[in-house]
Design a protein around this ligand. Sequence first.
Ligand code: THG
Length: 262
Amino acid sequence: MFVIGERINGMFRSVARAIRERDAAAIADLARRQVAAGAQALDLNTGPTGDDPAEVMTWLVQTVQEAVDVPLSMDSPKPAVVAAGLRACRGRAIINSTTGARERLDALLPLAQEFGASLIALTIDERGIPRNAAARAEIALGIVAAAVEAGLPTDRLYLDPIVLPVSAAQDQCREALEAIGAFRSLCQPPPHILIGLSNVSQGAPNRPLINRTYLVMAMALGVDAAIADPLDRDLMDALRTASILLNQEIYAEGYLQPQPAA
Ligand code: THG
C-alpha cells in the first residue's frame, strides 16, 4: 500500500493559519511527522486561500522538500496551480488530479509527460460524479485509453473511484468499492487504484473507526494507494495487518510491536 499523507491541506485550520503566516517550521514539522509515521508521499493542498494559490503551492513545495525527500502530490483542481507545484518540485511528483473530462486530460496528460509525474484521475466527467460502479468504470476506461494514447505508462496512472461521505451518500460507499474491482479488470497489468480515505467519514462521529474499516475493505478489493492520515496509529496498524492478511507483506511475529513515536 502506497500511503500519501493528507495533513498538509488548507482545509485544516492549523494548516490554513500556517499558510497565511508562511510558518515554514509548522509545515516542515507536519511533513516530517507524516513521513516518520509511514507516509511514502505527501499530498499538498492550499485549501481556500486569500492569496494566489499558485504562489502558495510553490511555497508549500519548497518548504516541504527542504524537510523530507518523498514524492509530492500537487492537489488542486486548477492546472495552473498544479503546474506551479511541478515547476518547484526537485524530486518525483504526482498530479492530483485530472478527471475523465477531455479538456482536463488534454491539459494534464502533457504536464505528466513533461515532468515525468504520476497522474491521479478521478472517475468523474463533464456530467459530474457517477452514481454507480459501472458508470465509474466506463469513465475509467476512457481515462486509461487517453493515457495509453498519450504514452503515459499505466504504472504512473492512479484511478480514483471518488469516495463520498457515508453520512451523506451511504449507497455510494458500496458503489465506490465495487468500482475498485471493476477497475482492476480494465487492463493488464491493472492500473493503480487510489482512494481519498477520509472523505468517507466527513460529517460523522467516530471518524477513525469508519476510516479504518473502509480502508480494509478497499484493500481487499484491490486498492493499492490511499490519501490518508498516517498520524492515526490505529489506521496504520489496520493497514499493516490487512497487508499481511492479503499476503502483500511477509508475516513476522511481532509485526505490531510499538513503533517509535511519530
Ligand atoms: N481524491 C483525491 N484527492 C483528494 C481527495 C480524494 N484530496 C483531498 C481529499 N480527497 C483527501 N484529503 C482529505 C484531507 C482532509 C480531510 C478529508 C480528506 C478532512 N478534513 C477535516 C474535515 O473536513 O472535517 C478538516 C477539519 C479539521 O479537522 O480541521 O476530513 O478523494 N485524488
